[in-house]
Write a protein that binds this ligand. Structure first.
Ligand code: IMP
Length: 210
């Protein structure tokens, strides 16, 4: 079932995150909060083009959503890349999660000694005038031998970030915010956003030429 679309009027200072995944939205909100940046959820369906490049997938959807909703939007595309499976499921992660799921992926990893993997998140910010910016974040780690933990979503129960001993699903939200690909990408976005806003403000506040 589709979540209700937030149709509140656009406000130039609000960033709208086009997603139907509340976990992603909450993670984004927590990452931007320390920077004083407010983000709101636009639970509208988005177009997912066929591509192996997460950035291209996010950029296409962001441009389209910005035009359609006449506001500045953020779109994220993310995936889990497993070395022993040559990067699979990568851009197909949501389909693989919906079909074979966590247990199916663990099954594919049976007998695999090398268990390195990474999560990547690519963000695209787009305005109705079609300007766009991209940010990405990556977290390296390993695929556990069995599913562990109940928090989070997707492949959180089988991903152990590098230099730690628990899965994202065991660690919970603070742990996730500390290590996740999404938190890294949203922090990059925050630094850019603040810089852009300060520059824009300075243009208007500059003293008049003598
Ligand atoms: P999409 O970005 O909506 O195409 O979905 C990416 C898929 O990758 C999700 O459905 C999850 O299965 C997986 N994924 C992406 N990020 C995470 C994460 O932070 N934790 C667990 N799974 C994730």
């Amino acid at each position: 079932m589709l979540e209700e679309v937030d149709t509140s009027p656009s406000d130039k200072r609000t960033l709208w995150f086009v997603t139907q995944n509340d976990h992603k939205y909450q993670e984004a909100r927590r990452s931007l909060d320390p920077f004083g940046i407010k983000i709101r959820k636009l639970a509208s369906p988005k177009t997912e083009i066929q591509s192996t490049d997460l950035g291209d997938i996010a950029k296409f959807a962001a441009k389209e959503a910005a035009r359609k909703h006449n506001r500045t939007v953020v779109v994220e595309d993310s995936g889990l890349f497993i070395r022993a499976l040559n990067g699979f499921p990568g851009p197909y992660s949501s389909y693989i999660h919906a079909t074979i799921g966590v247990e199916g992926l663990l099954h594919l990893m049976n007998q695999k000694r090398r268990r390195e993997a990474y999560f990547q998140a690519s963000l695209a910010v787009s305005s109705p005038k079609a300007t766009s910016q991209e940010f990405s974040g990556r977290v390296n780690g390993t695929i556990s031998h069995k599913s562990a933990g109940k928090q989070g979503f997707g492949f959180d129960p089988i991903f152990v970030p590098k230099d730690t001993r628990k899965t994202f699903a065991e660690g919970g939200s603070q742990f996730k915010d500390r290590y996740s690909h999404r938190a890294i990408a949203f922090r990059k976005l925050a630094l850019w956003y603040i810089k852009t806003k300060v520059q824009t403000r300075n243009q208007f506040c500059r003293p008049a030429e003598p």
